[in-house]
Each structure stands twice: as structure tokens, then as C-alpha cells.
Design a protein around this ligand. Structure first.
Ligand code: FRU
Length: 821
């Protein structure tokens, strides 16, 4: 995306469609956080527009999806009801207007009478002269307003102020409007820099949220930095206070050591008399870590004042290794604010306790020398007590290898020290008279440390990868450690329509396989069977859906107990069953299987009056292929029947929509009156598929050849561009008109080969879907090798457990198994 060009939603959507690989790369990057909000790709900075409406929390943020250094700013959008499950609703606000063409900068939301009012800064950089300093000239900082009722659909942008409307002595830097209400009037604070480079906040007033009048300014008596960004003014437990981020305040001992600061200032204001004084001796830093800036607060529907900050800092002298992986920065955990004895208290909101999984505690009365949590992702609560009071003398807490929290009671100092993985961050300290307790949130690459019930907080990114929590020193303490679950983030809602993950549509038989309880008997001798949901197309759909992609099945079952059971199994496997029809007259088909010692099988079918064969073309409605990227079918349901016609119709529809078609002959000779008819049917349908999967045993029947190479001309007919040739445990090969590749199978102890071929096909098709492959000739040789290995491994894994569908591993379990191999 070019610098300083307007970005329209359609530009973003096009970019999104073209950059699937970028998203995959970021998704799999090692430093991604488990329970913090990050940009899906690219850059994130300030939280914006925080609010709650009708139960839903809206968390917008400064966002550059295109690259990780943050050139042009959009607003991203997460929505949540519980701070655990989130919807990534994609970009909300674009720099697409003459007033904001070089970035929709930070702003806030204010909910009034069922409407969310947004106020933000439209950033403009002029390029018509060379001598612009962009401080006193060459920059536009427009204040804009728009509304939304639901947090998603935004009304038109309206201009409130341009630079001409701000006081004369103020530079071009005016931004980050935040609105609040007091005594029936609305007020807006705006961060500003005056022409003498003093930081200040401008205060405006309005009676209707539309017409705003300059009211007063808030600043310190002596200059305190050159620019105050992101002001936020609110009352907290009876105390009026202002958060803001003064830039350019130099270090003072252990204070103000970051390049820019974030402070809390108690205020005494008389809004009727137009005066607002800062209680200067009470100004404090909000956070003591390396990465905390631009926080914003809002009052939720429960009346809590919640703060979320940017876990990063602008113009920082240190770097983040995540840039190489295509992303940078995150938001802090949400914190509830209180004011106690004139001090800001921050505590993680209670919803975060729901992230806790296993926990364990230990107590050390004498001395703590315990090695604890080996992981990076945990929460730790530590309560200190010594013989004479509830605090600690000296301690060193190792949070992960090379990251320490050091307390010395004599010096009254608590220090965070990063000896490993700091990437330029080294040490920060805070004065602590008595260390009573700590609450530590450690994520893969971040730390938030709440000291003494939230009187002080250290927020920082850290990249040390070696876990190892341990406490040394002369304090006794009660320690409780929890492993933490991840946020659950649904990114679908923010995807451009065309980009929704495409799924599989499988059509054909669904039946119950009855498998002998004991192996190695002939079918005639088996006395007890176990049931297993199956049917080749159902198994293929099951594999796709177990591997985490959408899959739907088109079939018909009897309106009987067996049909109920099938639907239950399919639903449990995640298959979309909404297109499965039921029939009160016909029956759910059954198959009885005998299992040899080596896992091979023999079938006897009960499908004389089989419901699936009565799925009619009329039941193939126009929406059955919605959201589908691949259609898959076999030969079992191609016997003369309404179902055969349903296949014909569906295949035609798929071809019209340019949906990939996959065919697995899956020959079941016993189901056909004569072999000739079966062969004829296979030869009729096969050329209509883009991909044909054929097994060693089927080759000769279909082509009359025993060598795949010789059979190819007959297989690569009509539309068919790719033949997958499976050789059971010996692996599989792929043939196209241009090339072929062959991959060995994975040797495992097979228990039951039911569904092995289907799981191969499902796994292969799932790769095509997740890579968005719509034209089979576009697959590279390397990709094909990867896909075959994946499918071979998944099939091997399926043979290790009994049954077809039930033996298929979930994506997570499969990946876990592969890692252990
Ligand atoms: C703070 C800030 C704001 C500005 C925004 C631009 O980090 O500089 O003042 O509105 O970021 O992304």
C-alpha cells in the first residue's frame, strides 16, 4: 500500500484477498500472544473508541494491516461480551476522506441515547512545500465526528474542527479527542502542543455533541514535555483526574526513563467557573515498565472504569523481533481502575480469572527456594509475609530464564531486570516501601506485573523463550500459579465476503458400519458388532471438518433410530447436517464388516430400500453449494436412482460455479447388478471431476491396465487434471499432464483400515481448501509433495484407531501426534 494515499475499504478487501500467505505466516509466528489482542497482521498502536453498548464491548485500535511498522493508520475492531471470546470484525474506519487521508488517528466513543458517537483525529500531511516542519506548518489535525448504533455500521464523517479552529498559540499538533459528560454538558479534551513546544490539553464544551466551543486549557505551571497525547478526563471514586501521555519529559532518577510517558494527574476543576488546576505534586506515572502508552478508559454497563493500554511505545529506542514475522505490538489486559488515598489502583478485570486452567499453590514459611512453572504462559499470585509483618525483606523472582524481579527492602526498590530477550530493554525500578503482594501475568512475549494490589504496574514485552519460574530470598510467601488458556478469537466476521473460508460439499451414502468386536473371524462367525457411522462421502466430510474446515453432507437417512444416530455422529464431527433429509418410508443403510488380523475388511450391505438413493434432484436447491470450494462424490450412490440424478444436477451446478470437483470411485462391486454397468457409470462420471482418486485395487477394473503410467491417458480425460493414486501403507502419488510426484506412506501399527482412503481424500482436499486452491493446475510440485505427506500421515493415523469417522483425529490432536513422531 502506498504511503499517504487514501485507503478505501475495497482496497483493503483486495489486499486481504491477495495476502493469504502473509496471514498464515503471522498466524504461525512463534511470539504471538495467547491472551492479548494483537493485529491479525501488521501494526497496532493505541486503543480507540472503547465502549460497551447492549452488552457488547467494542475495542477499536490504531491499525496498519499492511506491514509491521505502522505507516498508514486505520481503526481495527474487536468485539467481545466477556473479554475471553472475541470477534475480529476487521477494519472499521478507513483514511478515505479529504479530512483524514493520511491516517484516521486516535479517538474515542461516547454512548448517548442508544447511539455511539465517535470523535477522532483526521491526519493530513501536506507535500506542496519543502520547508514544512510539520509542527507549525504542513500538517492538518482535523477533529471529526460520526455515529453508529451497533458499533459496526458507521454514519457519514462530519468535520468539527480544522487547525484554524484551535487557539492561535497552538501548533498543528492537536489530536486524540475524548468526550465526557458533566452536569448535563458535554466536554471534549484534545491533546496539544503549543507553538513554544509545551504540552497541554484543550477543553471544549457542547450542549448537543455537534457544536463545540473552546472552554479552557489544562497544563502544568512549568512546562512538562512538548506534547500531551491521548488525554482522558474522568472522575474516579470521587476524585477528578486526567490520564495523558506527555512526550519529551526527561528522566528524573528512576522515573520517566522511557522516551515518552504516561501520567495520571489529579485535578481540581470548577466546570461552572471554567477553571481546571492540576495537583502537580501528585502527578504519577501510570506504569513502570517499558511498553505502556496511550491508554484509554471507559465506563462499562456495570459501572466499572476500565482501562486498556497500548503494550508498546512510540519512538522507542528498542526493537521487537516480531517485526521480522510481519507484526508488531498488542494491547494490555483490561484493568479496572480505582482511586485510593489519591493513588491510581489498577487491577486486572475479574473476567480474566476465567482464563485460568490448572492451578497449584505452595507455601513456604521459612525461605522460598522453589522451582515452579516451567512454561511462559501463566498467572502467578504471590502473597508475602514475614515474622513481623505482611511483607518481604529481599527476594529475587525469576519469571522466565533471564527475567528477574528483584526486591530490596533496605533500598525500598522493586526492579524488573531483563538480562535475556529484552531486545534493548534492560531495567526499570519503582519505589516500594513494603512488598506485600504481586500478581504476575506472563504471556509468550509479555509481562504485566501488578504490585501491592495494583498500586504499581510494570508492563513490558520480553522475548526470552526459556520458561522457569522460581523464587529465591529471605521472604516467605504463599504462591499460587495458574496455567492460562488462550483468548478465543473468531476472525470470520471481519473477512471480506469473498474471502470466507470455503468448505467441502460431499454427496452420497451415509450408513452405519457394524464392526466385529473381535478381529480375525469370518463374517459368518462374528457374534457381536459395534456400530460406527460411515459411508465414504460422510467420512471424507468428517475428515475435512475434523481438520477444522467447513464440510457439509448431502444425503438422506431413514427417520429411524439409526438415522438419528448418524446425525448425532456427524454433528459431533462438526459436519454441517442441515442439508441431510429424512425419509419415513425408506431405511437408513447398514453395512456389516469383517476384520482380518491385518485390519483389512469384507462387507455385507443392507441397503435394498436405502433412503440415500431417494435424495432427489428437486432437493438439490440453489443454496446447497453456498460457501463451498469443492464438491466430492463417489460411485456407490450412482446406481439408477433419484440420487444419481441429484448427482448429475449438483455436478452441473458446481461446474457452472467453477467449484472444484473431486471423485473417488470407491468401487463396491456387490452393490451393482453387473460389473459392466458399474464400469460404464464410472467412465461416465469420472471425466466430470477435476481430481480423481483411485486405489491400486481399482485401477485394473476401471482402465484394464495394471500400470498407472499406462492407465493415465484414460484417467486424464475430460475435465480431469489430477489423478491421486493411493497404494495403502506404501503411500500415494499424484499425476498431472505435466508432472508426477510420489510420496512414501507412514509406517504405523494399523488396527482398522476403515475410512483410511476417505481420510486420505479428506485430508488432501482440506489442504486445497485452506490454501484457497481453485484451479488444480496451479499446484506446484513442492506443494503437492506437502499435501500428499499430510494426507498420507492423516490416513495412517486414522488406521491406528477403530472405526472410520470416529478414528479421525482433530486438527490439534493430529498436529500433536505429528510433532511427537
Ligand atoms: C499515540 C498517537 C496519537 C495519535 C496516534 C496515531 O500513540 O501518536 O497521538 O493519534 O498515535 O496513530
Amino acid at each position: 500500500m502506498e504511503k499517504y494515499q487514501k485507503v478505501y475499504r475495497s482496497d483493503y478487501e483486495q489486499w486481504y484477498r491477495d495476502n493469504r500467505n502473509y496471514r498464515e505466516k503471522v498466524k504461525n509466528a512463534p511470539g504471538r500472544l495467547k491472551y492479548h489482542l494483537m493485529p491479525e497482521t501488521g501494526w497496532l498502536n493505541d486503543p480507540n473508541g472503547l465502549c460497551q453498548k447492549d452488552g457488547t464491548y467494542h475495542i477499536y485500535y490504531q491499525y496498519t494491516p499492511f506491514e509491521p511498522t505502522g505507516e498508514i493508520k486505520l481503526w481495527g475492531h474487536y468485539a467481545t461480551k466477556d473479554f475471553i471470546h472475541y470477534e475480529d470484525r476487521g477494519p472499521f474506519l478507513f483514511p478515505d476522506h479529504d479530512y483524514d487521508a493520511h491516517g484516521v488517528y486516535s479517538g474515542s466513543a461516547f454512548v448517548e441515547n442508544g447511539t455511539i458517537h465517535y470523535f477522532y483525529t483526521g491526519n493530513i500531511k501536506l507535500f506542496d512545500r519543502d520547508d514544512y516542519d510539520y509542527i507549525t506548518a504542513g500538517r492538518g489535525s482535523n477533529t471529526l465526528h460520526f455515529t453508529s448504533r451497533d458499533g459496526d455500521a458507521a454514519g457519514a464523517k462530519e468535520l468539527i474542527f480544522t487547525n484554524r479552529d484551535y487557539p492561535q498559540d497552538v501548533s498543528c499538533h492537536v489530536r486524540d479527542p475524548k468526550v465526557f459528560k458533566r452536569n448535563g454538558a458535554y466536554y471534549m479534551v484534545l491533546g496539544a502542543r503549543d507553538r513554544e513546544s509545551r504540552g497541554l490539553v484543550l477543553l471544549y464544551r457542547s450542549d448537543d455533541l455537534k457544536n463545540w466551543k473552546y472552554y479552557s486549557r489544562i497544563t502544568t505551571k512549568e512546562p512538562f514535555g512538548y506534547m500531551w497525547e491521548c488525554p482522558d478526563l474522568f472522575e474516579l471514586d470521587g476524585q477528578l483526574c486526567m490520564l495523558s501521555c506527555p512526550q519529551g519529559v526527561g528522566p528524573q532518577g528512576i522515573d520517566y526513563r522511557n522516551v515518552h510517558q504516561c501520567t495520571v494527574m489529579p485535578l481540581s476543576c470548577d466546570f461552572e467557573r471554567n477553571s481546571c488546576e492540576i495537583e502537580e505534586e501528585k502527578i504519577r506515572m501510570v506504569d513502570r515498565g517499558f511498553d505502556f502508552y496511550a491508554p484509554q478508559t471507559f465506563c462499562d454497563e456495570k459501572g466499572r472504569r476500565i482501562l486498556i493500554g497500548w503494550m508498546g511505545i512510540p519512538d522507542a529506542e528498542y526493537g521487537n523481533p516480531t517485526v521480522e514475522d510481519g507484526w508488531q505490538h498488542a494491547l494490555t489486559l483490561p484493568r479496572e481502575l480505582h482511586m485510593k488515598d489519591g493513588r491510581l489502583i489498577q487491577t486486572p478485570i475479574e473476567e480474566l480469572n476465567m482464563l485460568r486452567s490448572e492451578g497449584y499453590s505452595y507455601e513456604s514459611k521459612e525461605e522460598l527456594n522453589e522451582a515452579g512453572e516451567e512454561q511462559l504462559v501463566f498467572e502467578a499470585e504471590i502473597c508475602f509475609h514475614s515474622s513481623n509483618d505482611n511483607s518481604c525483606d529481599d527476594t529475587v523472582i525469576e519469571l522466565r530464564k533471564g527475567t528477574e524481579l528483584i526486591y530490596s527492602r533496605r533500598d525500598g526498590l522493586l526492579t524488573l531486570s531483563l538480562k535475556e530477550g529484552g531486545y534493548g530493554r534492560t531495567e526499570r525500578s519503582v519505589k516500594v516501601e513494603a512488598l506485600r503482594n504481586l500478581r504476575i501475568y506472563s504471556d509468550t512475549t509479555s509481562l504485566e506485573i501488578f504490585v501491592n494490589d495494583g498500586e504499581e504496574v510494570f508492563t513490558t514485552r520480553v522475548y526470552g523463550k526459556r520458561g522457569g519460574f522460581r523464587i529465591d530470598g529471605g521472604c516467605s510467601a504463599k504462591v499460587r500459579i495458574y496455567r492460562m488458556n488462550s483468548f478465543i478469537i473468531d476472525r470470520e466476521p471481519g473477512r471480506p465476503e469473498a474471502e470466507k473460508q470455503k468448505g467441502l460439499c460431499a454427496i452420497g451414502e451415509a450408513l452405519i458400519d457394524f464392526i466385529p468386536e473381535r478381529k480375525g473371524q469370518r463374517l459368518k462367525d462374528v457374534t457381536a458388532f459395534k456400530r460406527a457411522a460411515g459411508g465414504a462421502p460422510a467420512n471424507v466430510a468428517g475428515a475435512v471438518s475434523r481438520l477444522g474446515l467447513p464440510a457439509r453432507l448431502l444425503t438422506k437417512t431413514g427417520n429411524d433410530a439409526f438415522g438419528d444416530y448418524l446425525i448425532e455422529c456427524f454433528t459431533a464431527a462438526g459436519i454441517d447436517t442441515s442439508f441431510i433429509k429424512r425419509d419415513s418410508i425408506k431405511e437408513t443403510p447398514l453395512a456389516f464388516v469383517s476384520l482380518a488380523e491385518d485390519g483389512n475388511r469384507d462387507f455385507q450391505f443392507y441397503r435394498k430400500n436405502s433412503a440415500d438413493l431417494f435424495y432427489s434432484p428437486e432437493e438439490v436447491t440453489s443454496e446447497v453449494l453456498d460457501g463451498c470450494g469443492i464438491l466430492h462424490f463417489g460411485s456407490v450412490d450412482l446406481v439408477e436412482s433419484p440420487m444419481k440424478e441429484a448427482h448429475r444436477k449438483l455436478i452441473r451446478m458446481a461446474a457452472d460455479k467453477e467449484i472444484l470437483i473431486s471423485f473417488d470411485p470407491n468401487l463396491r462391486l456387490s452393490l451393482w447388478k453387473d460389473d459392466v454397468k458399474l464400469k460404464e457409470t464410472v467412465l461416465e462420471f469420472m471425466p466430470q471431476a477435476d481430481i480423481v482418486k483411485i486405489s491400486e485395487e481399482e485401477l485394473e477394473f476401471i482402465t484394464g491396465k495394471t500400470e498407472i503410467k499406462e492407465a493415465l491417458p484414460e484417467l486424464l480425460q475430460g475435465k480431469t487434471r489430477c489423478v491421486l493414486y493411493t497404494r495403502g501403507r506404501d503411500g500415494a502419488a499424484a499425476y498431472t499432464e505435466q508432472w508426477s510426484v510420489s510420496r512414501p506412506g507412514l509406517r504405523v501399527e494399523a488396527r482398522d483400515t476403515t475410512g483410511a482412503g476417505d481420510s486420505f481424500t479428506g485430508a488432501f482436499l482440506s489442504r486445497l481448501l485452506s490454501y484457497g486452491i481453485t484451479d488444480i493446475t496451479e499446484i506446484s510440485i513442492g506443494q503437492m509433495e506437502d499435501f500428499l505427506d499430510f494426507a498420507n500421515a492423516y490416513a495412517a493415523r486414522t488406521t491406528m484407531a477403530e472405526g472410520g469417522l470416529t478414528a479421525m483425529a482433530s486438527k490439534q490432536a493430529f498436529e500433536e501426534w505429528m510433532r511427537r513422531k
